[in-house]
Design a protein around this ligand. Structure first.
Ligand code: ARG
Length: 588
């Protein structure tokens, strides 16, 4: 039968084995098809591992089979005819090894080159998702933790978007805490004419925050005023609201600079947005009998936690948890999101686990955590300096993200100039490449690690052109593009007129890896692990190198086919870059 490639290779192979197992097992026996990609060096591309397990289920039931290898033989024999399959054979105690047809593989890649890589996009069981990421706090520092959240969240959003999910990218900024009382009071004191105060007059908001905090801690009168200011602000006093809005606006402009540089899109719906809904949501939880009185506060007791979740403070005010419960309610009911993903440092895990649990108790979410609507806390580790301690710069104890990005760019520019590129390229080309490489390096260094581990921030390492770095990968891609350019062939013409062949082992291995792109994205999405995609991309460049170091492309009899293979590699690499938020470069 002709088998159209839908993008997910392992799923296609599973379908074949599903059909075979239905014919192989006696009626009424249920089996979960176990298919895995074969390890390198093993016979076959995929293997089905059901024979042994199946044997232990059926052996007592008068089966005609004599041992697992015979079960394996039957699975292999019952495999439906498909143009995907070259051979299917049984090894050892019943492993069924499937070798894909190189012809079919080549045809599927040719088709992708013509129809575009979006035809390989995975399909996820959700239509709309919220990714809550970045989410710095107004006036407080936007630190490297927020940078991690921004980078990881953006990638997850991109992968979901590629998988045809509508993503609401939410910046849950901390714009409603008690810190606003002192900030506003301090603003009034320093700038009696609040109307006309400008961003530059306030200067650095972080310093402003520190100064007001100092005053708050030392001056009792000020402290009292600040506490009253919170009440007036939350009561809706227009003068206080205006001052609050001003401070938020200044912060927003600062954050926007970072987002713009990183090319990250986000829609701000800060904590204040949910404020008008909190009372009703708490009311609903109360009517469900979830809320109890404890030491003057109102709390939800949750099984498995030794402290209760506080939802109304003893002074009657709301807190981080009341806002998050309300935001969850809003996202589920108003925005109709089926998957809500929160990206913060692992330090906040308990907070998320607690309000997730409260939401399950309220019946907002199913009991099992992998069924939809689904919520996930995507935690990440700390950013460390070379000294193994929390990352800081020499000059100050906070790392300004803008400075960090500046330095990445400057360093990558210097490296390009050392290689004489300032003489070869226009100043714009130099600048754009330096930026793509510098920012790409910062992002990739973060994403390639398992997000839960701490990672060490090191410019020299991330900007090295050797090893698993963005620089190495960007250059690998640019080199492929330059081979295609140098051939002097029109690649779009070749796509229409020429055939791809995967006759040599290195060509075939590269082709197989290309075909595994979609299943990799799907895995990275389902497990919310961007490093899975980074790993794939690095592997891809290695397989390309193995191919290119042995086989001549330009001027060989296989030139046309090999140019198509180069192009397919470049297309998949570019899609990976896109999903990782990295801008590809074409010249090196
Ligand atoms: N503003 C918080 C922080 O800086 C992160 C908010 C994360 N999102 C959420 N819905 N709680 O730590």
């Amino acid at each position: 039968a002709s088998q159209e490639f839908t993008g997910n290779l392992i799923r296609e192979v599973e379908k074949l084995f599903d059909a075979s197992l239905k014919l192989t097992v006696p009626d009424g026996t249920s089996v979960d098809t176990e298919v895995a990609a074969s390890l390198p060096g093993k016979p076959g591309d995929y293997q089905c591992n059901n024979a042994m397990g199946l044997w232990s289920v059926i052996k007592g039931k008068g089966t005609q089979f004599r041992g697992p290898p015979a079960v394996g033989q039957a699975i292999s024999k019952n495999l439906p005819a498909s143009e995907m399959v070259e051979t299917c054979s049984v090894a050892g105690p019943g492993f069924v090894n499937l070798v894909l047809s190189s012809k079919w593989m080549a045809k599927s890649i040719e088709k992708m080159l013509i129809d575009g890589i979006d035809t390989w996009a995975p399909t996820l069981p959700v239509k709309r998702a919220v990714v809550d990421f970045s989410s710095p706090n107004i006036a407080k520092e936007m630190h490297v933790g927020h940078l991690r959240s921004t980078i990881i969240g953006d990638t997850l959003a991109r992968m979901l978007e590629y998988s045809k999910v509508e993503v609401l990218r939410r910046n849950h900024v901390g714009d409603w805490g008690t810190q606003f009382g002192m900030l506003i009071e301090y603003l009034f004191e320093k700038f009696p004419d609040t109307e006309s105060v400008t961003e530059t007059a306030i200067g650095d908001l972080q310093t402003f925050y520190k100064q007001s905090k100092l005053k708050f801690d030392l001056d009792d009168d000020f402290k009292e005023k600040a506490q009253k200011a919170v009440v007036r602000l939350q009561g809706g006093d227009p003068i206080y609201r205006k001052a609050w809005a001003k401070i938020c606006e200044i912060s927003r402009t600062e954050f926007a600079k970072v987002y713009q540089r990183l090319k990250v899109e986000l829609e701000e719906k800060g904590e204040s947005f949910y404020n008008p809904y909190i009372a009703n949501v708490i009311g609903e939880l109360d009517s469900k009998g979830l809320i109890e009185e404890s030491e003057g506060a109102r709390v939800i007791f949750l099984e498995g936690f030794n402290i209760p979740l506080m939802v109304v403070k003893s002074d009657g005010g709301f807190n981080y948890a009341s806002t998050d419960l309300t935001a969850l309610w809003y996202r589920l009911n108003e925005e109709k999101a089926e998957w809500i993903v929160y990206v913060t440092d692992v330090g906040q895990q308990q907070h998320f686990n607690m309000f997730f649990k409260a939401a399950r108790k309220a019946g907002w979410l199913p009991d099992s955590d992998k069924t939809y609507p689904r919520v996930d806390h995507v935690g990440f580790g700390l950013v460390l300096g070379d000294d193994g301690k929390r990352f800081r710069t020499r000059s100050s104890d906070v790392v300004r993200l803008v400075d960090l990005l500046d330095e990445a760019k400057t360093r990558s520019k210097t490296a390009l100039i050392e290689r004489g590129k300032d003489k070869e390229w226009t100043p714009e080309e130099l600048d754009q490449t330096a930026e793509a490489v510098g920012y790409g390096a910062v992002k990739y260094a973060d994403l390639k690690n398992n997000r839960l581990t701490n990672y060490t921030f090191n410019f020299d390492q991330m900007l090295s052109d050797k090893g698993n770095t963005a620089v190495y990968l960007l250059y690998a891609h640019a080199r492929i593009c330059s081979i295609i350019r140098k051939s002097g062939k029109n690649i779009d013409e070749l796509k229409k007129t020429e055939k791809l062949a995967l006759d040599h082992p290195e060509e075939r291995a590269l082709g197989l890896h290309l075909l595994r792109f979609a299943e990799t994205v799907e895995e990275a999405c389902s497990n919310l692990l961007p490093n899975v995609l980074c790993h794939y991309l690095y592997d891809l460049s290695e397989r390309y190198t193995s191919f290119y170091s042995i086989h001549q492309v330009i001027g060989s009899p296989e030139e046309a086919s090999r140019l198509l293979l180069c192009e397919a590699t470049a297309v998949v690499m570019r899609k990976c870059f896109h999903l990782l938020g990295i801008t590809p470069v074409y010249k090196i």
